[in-house]
Design a protein around this ligand. Structure first.
Ligand code: ZN
Length: 310
C-alpha cells in the first residue's frame, strides 16, 4: 500500500485513486482485515474487483455492497475522490470551511456541498469522552440567530434554546489542558446549567466561572472559584480565559465562514469546532482526518433528516 497522506496536497493525489480510497477505509473499518457484510454480519464476502464491490455469500437485500454502505457516504453518487478531500478540509481547517468553498474546490453545487459537510460533521461528533476533571472553566455565550427566513410554523417547531432576545445560548466547559464540552441550552437558569455541570464534571474538581448567580451552590460538590468581571479578568488562576478564547474561535467560524446558521443546525457546528479543539495536539492533519473517517462508520444522515422533512 502506498504511504498514507499527511497533507491536503498528498491527500488529493492519494485519494484520486479509487483503490487507495478503499484500502484506507477498509483498514479503519475492519482493523483485523476481515471484511464483514454490513447487512447480515457474515465475514469474508467475495470481492468483485472490476466493480469494486463485495458480494455476501448468502442472498439478501444489499447483498452486493460498496465500502460506502453503512457509512456517512452511503447512497451518495459522488466518488470518494471528492468525499475524502472534503473530510480532510473540514477536519483540519481552523475556522471551518463553507459549502461555497467546498463546492468550488470539488466542482459540485453549493447545495451538494452543504449536504456533504453536514454528513461529515456526523464524523466529527465525538463519542463520549468521559467526565471532565482537574480544573474546569465554565461560561455561556450567545449566538445570534438569523431565523427570519424560516417559515413561522417550522420555526416554532424547530427552535429550541433561545435566549430572551432571540439568541441561542451555548454553554461551554473546558478542562485546562484537555477537552471542551459544548451544550446548546434552553436558558441560563441554575437548574439548567448545574445539571449539565453535574453530568459532565467529576465531583471534587475545581470549577472557575464568572459571577452569574446560576453557579451559586456548586460549592457542595466542587471547589468553586468566581471571577468578578466588573472588577478584574484574572486573579491568579481564577479566570475563564481559555473558554473565552474558545468562544472567539467559535464565533470567527460561525460569523466569518458560515454567515448564518439556523438554530436547529447549531449543534452540528458546535460538534465541528469542539472536534478540532479536542484533537488539536500532536496527531497532525492526517490524525484528525483518520478520527473523523473512523467515527463516520455506522452513521447516516439522509437529506430528509437534514432538512427536517423526515
Ligand atoms: Zn450478508
Amino acid at each position: 500500500m502506498a504511504t498514507e497522506p499527511t497533507s491536503l496536497q498528498e491527500a488529493i493525489i492519494h485519494f484520486a485513486d479509487a483503490d487507495n480510497c478503499i484500502a484506507y477505509l477498509v483498514a479503519r473499518r475492519w482493523p483485523d482485515g476481515v471484511v464483514t457484510c454490513p447487512t447480515c454480519g457474515r465475514k469474508n464476502p467475495r470481492y468483485i474487483a472490476e466493480r469494486k464491490v463485495w458480494q455476501c455469500s448468502i442472498k439478501h437485500p444489499k447483498r452486493q455492497f460498496s465500502i460506502k454502505l453503512g457509512t456517512i457516504f452511503e447512497d451518495s453518487p459522488l466518488g470518494l475522490d471528492k468525499w475524502l478531500p472534503a473530510v480532510w478540509l473540514l477536519s483540519n481547517c481552523k475556522n471551518g470551511i463553507s459549502s461555497y468553498e467546498i463546492g468550488r474546490d470539488l466542482g459540485v453545487t453549493q447545495k451538494t456541498a452543504w449536504f456533504m459537510l453536514s454528513r461529515i460533521r456526523l464524523g466529527l461528533q465525538s463519542e463520549d469522552g468521559g467526565m471532565l476533571a482537574g480544573e474546569i472553566e465554565v461560561d455561556e455565550t450567545f449566538i445570534g440567530a438569523k431565523s427570519r427566513n424560516m417559515h413561522k410554523a417550522k420555526r416554532a417547531e424547530k427552535i429550541k434554546g433561545r435566549g430572551a432576545d432571540g439568541k441561542e445560548i451555548v454553554f461551554g466547559m473546558v478542562e485546562r489542558g484537555g477537552r471542551v464540552v459544548l451544550n446548546h441550552v434552553e436558558n441560563r437558569s441554575k437548574k439548567e446549567l448545574q445539571s449539565v455541570i453535574r453530568d459532565s464534571v467529576t465531583a471534587g474538581a475545581a470549577i472557575f466561572s464568572d459571577e452569574l448567580l446560576s453557579y451559586d451552590g456548586l460549592d457542595g460538590d466542587y471547589k468553586h472559584a468566581v471571577i468578578n468581571h466588573a472588577v478584574e479578568y484574572v486573579n491568579g488562576n481564577v479566570h475563564t480565559n481559555i473558554m473565552e478564547n474558545f468562544w472567539s474561535l467559535l464565533k470567527r467560524g460561525l460569523h466569518g465562514t458560515y454567515i448564518s446558521v439556523e438554530p436547529f443546525h447549531l449543534f452540528r457546528y458546535l460538534d465541528e469546532q469542539a472536534f478540532r479543539y479536542n484533537n488539536r495536539k500532536e496527531i497532525g492533519d492526517g490524525g484528525r482526518f483518520d478520527i473523523c473517517v473512523s467515527q463516520g462508520f455506522g452513521k447516516r444522515l439522509t437529506y430528509k433528516q437534514l432538512t427536517g422533512k423526515a
